[in-house]
Write a protein that binds this ligand. Structure first.
Ligand code: PLP
Length: 392
C-alpha cells in the first residue's frame, strides 16, 4: 500500500508541480497538526475560509444537529428546508433591503456564474466589465472576467464581450455605457495583493452604473464575513451593490456560496427560461446549518471588531522591519510587501519551515499574505510577529 503522500501525488489531480505536501491530521482554532505531531499556525485560514477558526464547537454542533434530520433531499429550490430558510432570513436581516433574496450555490465560482447570468437576464445586455488583476474563480465565466492574461490564454475561446478596466481609475469608468450589463468588482482586490479602493472610487463606480442602468456586482467571496472589520466589505465604503457574491468563510468550513440581489431581480431566473440557474447541491442543508452557526459566532464573538484590532496590531508590530517596504491592510488581511523584489517566495518557504503558514498572492510576487482566523488572540499575534520579525 502506498503512503498517503504518494497517493496524494499520484492519484489526486494536482494544481502545481510543488504543492505544500503537509499531511494534516487535525485542526483546531488557529492551529493545524501534521501526522508527526508538529503544530502549525494557520495564517491563511484556508484562503479566507476559517474565519471562526477550525472546528468551532458551535459550527460542529450545528452540523451534528442537522445530521439528525436530513442531508440532501432534492435539487435546489423545490422543498422548504429549515437550514436554508433560516440562513436566508438572517442574511436579509443583516443586509440592505435591495439585497433581500439569496440564491444558494456551492462555491465562489458558481456564485459568480449565477450573478453574471442574472445580470444578463435583468438588463437584457451581454457586455461585461471587470478589472485588471481581479480574481473571480476557475469556471469558464469566472475565468473570462479574471484580470490576468497568463491564467486564461490556454483556455480560449472564453466569453466574448468582456472589457477589463483599471481598478481605481476614474477615467476608465467611461467605458461603462448603456450596453454594459454589469460591472464585476472585488471592492478590495485580494489576489492583486490587497489593493484598497481610493478617492471614493466605489462611489463613483456606483454613480456611473446608475447613470447607465448597469448592474453593480460585488465579489466579496474572499472579503466577506468579517475579514475587513465589517461583516461585509461594502459597509466600509457606503456603497451597496445590486448583486453580492459570497462563499469561502460563509460556511464556517463547509462548502457553500451565494449570490444575493432583490426579490424582483432574482425572479428573472424563474421564467423565460424557467430554471435560469440549476444546481443540485446549492444550499446543502448541512452547509446552511454550519453557515448560520458560523454567522452567529461572528456576531456573538464580535469578530469584526476583533479583526480590525488584531489587524492593526499585526501592522504595528511588523511595519518597522527594515526588510518590509509596505504593508497594505484591510481588517485582518495583510499584504506584506518586501523591499527586495522577488523575495516573497523565499520568505514564505522559510516561514512555513518555521511552521507559520503564509502564502503568496496570485498577482503580486513581492508580497505575502497574512489572514489568520478572526478568533486569534492578541497574545498569539504578538508571539507570531516576534517570530516573523526574527525570521525576516
Ligand atoms: N472570487 C474571489 C475574490 C476569490 O478569492 C475566489 C477564490 O479564491 C473566488 C471568487 C472563487 O471561489 P471558489 O474557489 O470557491 O470557486
Amino acid at each position: 500500500m502506498p503512503t498517503n503522500r504518494e497517493i496524494f501525488l499520484q492519484n489526486i489531480g494536482q494544481t502545481t508541480p510543488n504543492p505544500l505536501n503537509i499531511e494534516i491530521e487535525r485542526a483546531k482554532g488557529i492551529y493545524l497538526y501534521d501526522t508527526d505531531g508538529n503544530e502549525y499556525i494557520d495564517l491563511v485560514s484556508g484562503v479566507s475560509v476559517s474565519n471562526v477558526g477550525h472546528l468551532h464547537p458551535k459550527v460542529v454542533e450545528a452540523i451534528k444537529k442537522q445530521l439528525d434530520h436530513y442531508m440532501h433531499l432534492m435539487v435546489y429550490g423545490e422543498y422548504v428546508q429549515t437550514p436554508q430558510t433560516q440562513l436566508a432570513y438572517k442574511l436579509s436581516d443583516l443586509l440592505p433591503e435591495q439585497l433581500n433574496c439569496t440564491y444558494f450555490v456551492n462555491s465562489g465560482s458558481e456564485a459568480i456564474e449565477g450573478a453574471l447570468k442574472l445580470a444578463k437576464r435583468v438588463t437584457n445586455r451581454s457586455e461585461i466589465i471587470a478589472f485588471k488583476n481581479a480574481y473571480h474563480g476557475g469556471t469558464q465565466g469566472a475565468l473570462s472576467i479574471l484580470g490576468n492574461e497568463s491564467l486564461k490564454n490556454a483556455f480560449r475561446p472564453l466569453l466574448p464581450g468582456i472589457k477589463h478596466i483599471r481598478f481605481n481609475s476614474i477615467d476608465d469608468l467611461k467605458e461603462i455605457t448603456d450596453h454594459t450589463a454589469c460591472v464585476v468588482i472585488e471592492p478590495i482586490q485580494a489576489e492583486a495583493g490587497i489593493i484598497l479602493p481610493e478617492n471614493d472610487f466605489l462611489k463613483k463606480l456606483r454613480e456611473r452604473c446608475d447613470e447607465t442602468a448597469t448592474l453593480l456586482i460585488f465579489d466579496e467571496i474572499q472579503m466577506g464575513f468579517g475579514r475587513t472589520g465589517k461583516l461585509f466589505a461594502f459597509e466600509n465604503y457606503g456603497v451597496v451593490p445590486d448583486i453580492l457574491c459570497l462563499a469561502k468563510a460563509m460556511g464556517g468550513g463547509m462548502p457553500i456560496g451565494a449570490f444575493i440581489s432583490s426579490k424582483e431581480n432574482m425572479s428573472q431566473l424563474t421564467f423565460n427560461p424557467m430554471l435560469g440557474h440549476i444546481t443540485t447541491f446549492g444550499g446543502h442543508p448541512v452547509s446552511c446549518a454550519a453557515a448560520l452557526a458560523s454567522l452567529n459566532v461572528i456576531l456573538e464573538e464580535d469578530l469584526c471588531n476583533k479583526a480590525e484590532e488584531n489587524g492593526k496590531l499585526f501592522e504595528k508590530l511588523l511595519k518597522d522591519h527594515p526588510a518590509i517596504k509596505e504593508i497594505r491592510r484591510t481588517g485582518l488581511m495583510l499584504a506584506i510587501e518586501m523591499k527586495e523584489e522577488g523575495k516573497a517566495f523565499e520568505i514564505i518557504s522559510k516561514l512555513i519551515e518555521k511552521r507559520l503558514i503564509v502564502d503568496p498572492f496570485l498577482f503580486n510576487e513581492n508580497s505575502f499574505r497574512i489572514a489568520p482566523p478572526l478568533t486569534i488572540s492578541k497574545e498569539e499575534v504578538v508571539a507570531i510577529c516576534d517570530k516573523i520579525n526574527q525570521l525576516l
